[in-house]
Ligand binder design. Structure first.
Ligand code: C2E
Ligand code: MG
Ligand code: MG
Ligand code: MG
Length: 279
């Protein structure tokens, strides 16, 4: 009897797996179609200097509107990576970001940076480095205004390719940040080998403002960044107290709903104009 139950359960589990696979494949197919039809969007979330609270940059974030609402990038980016679609989507993200950076310059915002998330499969593309340099050149972007965000897992996956590529991009003047820093369980030795500019303190260490374990981790990351001569930015700042706490720790910048949510380009321009008029 026990054996029979086990069999039944196994059958149900298999069915669930199959449904999940079908769902995933459907989503990948829809993503491919929608990307080709230019339905993906890039939204922008401001990043501010913690001392002056002025916008110093922004992060470009993919948005996928569908008839059933927005599908989260945490759902579709992994599928895009798995299917290889991220190579083309990622190239579009870089091009679109640079096009907008160029527009921002024309609008008088010639100092703000643009941070773009990069996935592992993009580094495996042998044309990746040249492609980035080509786009930056084509849109006449000051290379230091483009920042690539990679997670620790990207580095650990294929350290040689990533280190080589980042060194070339850095030599060209592009900035490099480690995203979600502290969540990757990776070796610290790569911090010396990578040409880094910035550590992004993961949101999970910001949630608490009392002196508890995650606050100690946030403090350690900021100290580590400072000691290594890197800039630090706190992700996911939602409350004023979190901002002042991070400022006290010596963190340079912040990004989060307290300042602004990710928004389409037109709203970003409005946001920047409004800030400028406030002086
Ligand atoms: P990420 O790169 O760590 O991006 C930050 C995420 O935190 C964004 O989620 C942003 O909307 C969210 N966030 C910002 N401030 C706050 C806050 O105060 N509170 C909370 N609760 N959340 C906040 P989003 O846009 O859903 O993106 C999720 C992830 O998807 C990104 O995490 C990134 O890993 C990936 N992703 C997004 N766009 C791209 C892309 O163009 N390329 C690649 N490879 N990955 C992307
Ligand atoms: Mg990011
Ligand atoms: Mg992050
Ligand atoms: Mg992330």
């Amino acid at each position: 009897r026990a054996k029979k139950d086990l069999n039944t359960n196994f059958g149900f589990y298999e069915l669930e797996m199959e449904e999940k696979t079908t769902w995933r494949l459907g989503l990948i197919r829809q993503l491919r179609t929608d990307f080709s039809a230019r339905k993906l969007e890039l939204w922008y979330q401001p990043q501010v200097d913690l001392v002056t609270e002025r916008v110093v940059g922004m992060e470009a974030l993919l948005r996928w509107p569908t008839s059933e609402g927005f599908i989260s990038p945490s759902v579709f980016v992994p599928l895009a990576e798995y299917s290889g679609l991220i190579i083309d989507i990622g190239a579009w993200v870089i091009e679109e970001s640079c096009r907008r950076l160029n527009k921002l310059t024309q609008a008088g915002y010639d100092n703000v940076r643009m941070a773009v998330n990069i996935s592992m499969p993009q580094f495996r593309d042998p044309d990746f480095v040249n492609m980035v340099i080509r786009i930056v050149t084509e849109y006449q972007i000051e290379p230091a205004r483009l920042e690539l965000e990679i997670t620790e897992s990207v580095v650990m996956d294929e350290p040689q390719i990533v280190i080589e590529s980042l060194r070339e991009l850095k030599a060209f003047g592009i900035k490099i940040a480690i995203d979600d820093f502290g969540t990757g369980f990776s070796s610290m030795s790569y911090l010396q080998q990578l040409p880094l500019d910035r550590l992004k303190v993961d949101r999970s260490f910001i949630n608490e403002i009392k002196p508890n374990q995650s606050a100690f981790i946030a403090e350690t990351i900021v100290t580590l960044g400072n000691r290594l001569g890197l800039q630090t930015i706190a992700e996911g700042i939602e409350k004023r107290e979190q901002a002042s706490y991070m400022l006290k720790l010596g963190c340079d910048e912040a990004q989060g709903f307290l300042y602004a949510k990710p928004m389409p380009y037109d709203n970003l321009i409005e946001f920047l104009d409004e800030q400028k008029s406030k002086g």
